[in-house]
Design a protein around this ligand. Structure first.
Ligand code: AMP
Length: 417
């Protein structure tokens, strides 16, 4: 079903959103991007005369109640964002039958953190992986996950999946629940539709040159997408902490820089595959190094493969910044995931800023630029470039899996692919 065609009047809709927002120590929301992202869907349902049951996870309570991760803390902020007087709260997401039954059109009920129940993620707790007990526990957990999903489904007439950030997980609320609604009563939300469309823009109609920029701390967490991109892009810029695994793989001196010593062969494999596929691999040549992992560290510029002991590469150096900007210039399709340095430190954010500005410039000249992953989004926000890129995705892992061409379980559950 398409959400724009559904008649919500008099219906109760259970909507999976991603309200996993960062909170400060007093429980105040420090970045409400994710709440704002869900508003179009939520408002559409209310405006059409439906009642809303909102469900989400927050953080990683690992199947246990943890008041610090209670969604009750954001109830009033959600009411304000929605422009309603009150958001009711169900303190136990699996025992909300009465509260759901009492809901009237235009009313909103927020369920407590789904991940207080291990059934949400469907992973057995307290049993070691790889043991026979684990396999047994997993089977039992799958059965209780279905029960949990069925309970959630029983609250509503229709199900809307709008949590792109968790759409790559086959959890009770993101996928399993869809089994309890017929095709006419389950649908993707507007955010999901938009995200899926943005990925489609990148993948199905690639305008070349296609330049991908992959940064962040480690090669290991991104190797799947890196290998996949090597089959699609014209240029691949690898930056951030993973630079030093590449330098080390060629016998470079990297001082105390972040490195994955067990991934040196992976780095060499990436280089080989790039060569084979005719992809230009762009790596940094110099680094802004610090004598400690701190914003106030003393700084010096070193070749990225000749960093002395006691120093670590924390940002892209001036030559590297120029090299990256030149590689991005003229691109017609751009994917950016992961910063080019420790951008959280103001004194080590020049590399990430240079990448962001080059992406913005290429966008102004007609490129389609997709920025995704929490840190890259924080980067474009920090540098005031959010409205100068084509699309900012709310997904990290989900975005990368979608770009890899995998069908996300959250999408498959609705569309049956
Ligand atoms: P990821 O979660 O893998 O995308 O990595 C993002 C993190 O990588 C950010 O918090 C950055 O501070 C960090 N990062 C980027 N460059 C470096 C570097 N050269 N050394 C250490 N951490 C880095």
């Amino acid at each position: 079903m398409n959400i724009n065609d559904y008649k919500f009047a008099g219906k109760k809709a259970i909507v999976r959103v991603d309200f996993n927002v960062p909170l400060d120590e007093n429980g105040n929301i420090t970045d409400d991007t994710r709440i704002r992202g869900a508003l179009p869907t939520l408002k559409l349902i209310l405006n059409e005369g439906g009642a809303l049951i909102i469900m989400s996870h927050m953080g990683k309570p690992k199947g246990k109640v943890n008041p610090k991760l209670s969604l009750g803390q954001i109830k009033d902020a959600v009411a304000k964002a929605l422009g309603v007087a009150e958001v009711k709260f169900a303190p136990d997401c699996a025992k909300a039958q009465e509260a759901a039954a009492a809901l009237k059109p235009g009313e909103v009920l927020l369920l407590e953190n789904l991940r207080y129940y291990p059934e949400e993620e469907g992973k057995p707790v307290g049993v070691e992986k790889g043991t026979p007990e684990y396999d047994e526990a997993k089977k039992a957990m799958k059965a209780s996950q279905k029960e949990f999903a069925k309970t959630l489904a029983s609250y509503a007439d229709c199900y809307v999946m709008d949590a792109f950030g968790t759409a790559h997980r086959k959890h009770a609320s993101t996928a399993v629940i869809a089994d309890y609604f017929d095709t006419d009563n389950k649908m993707l939300g507007l955010l999901m539709e938009k995200e899926v469309q943005a990925v489609d823009n990148v993948l199905s109609n690639i305008k070349r040159p296609f330049v991908a920029i992959m940064g962040g701390s480690k090669v290991s967490s991104k190797i799947g997408i890196i290998e996949n991109l090597l089959g699609k892009v014209d240029k691949l810029i690898l930056c951030g902490g993973m630079t030093y695994t590449f330098m080390k793989a060629h016998g470079g001196e990297i001082g105390n820089s972040i490195v994955e010593l067990d991934k040196l062969d992976v780095a060499l494999g990436v280089e080989e595959l790039a060569k084979k596929n005719g992809v230009e691999l762009v790596l940094g040549v110099d680094s802004v190094c610090g004598d400690s992992f701190s914003n106030d560290a003393n700084q010096k510029i070193c070749p990225s493969n000749a960093i002395p002991e006691g120093w670590e590469g924390l940002d892209a150096g001036p030559q590297t910044r120029e090299k990256f900007a030149a590689a991005i210039k003229g691109a017609k399709t751009i994917l950016w995931n992961g910063p080019a340095g420790v951008f959280e430190f103001d004194n080590f954010c020049a590399g990430s800023r240079a990448v962001g500005e080059a992406v913005a410039e290429a966008t102004a000249e007609g490129a389609f630029s997709l920025v995704g992953g929490g840190d890259s989004v924080a980067c474009v926000n920090k540098f005031g470039l959010a409205d100068k890129v084509s699309y900012i995705s709310t997904g990290g892992g989900a975005l990368l899996e979608a770009i890899e061409g995998k069908v996300l379980p959250g999408v498959a559950a609705i569309k049956g692919e």
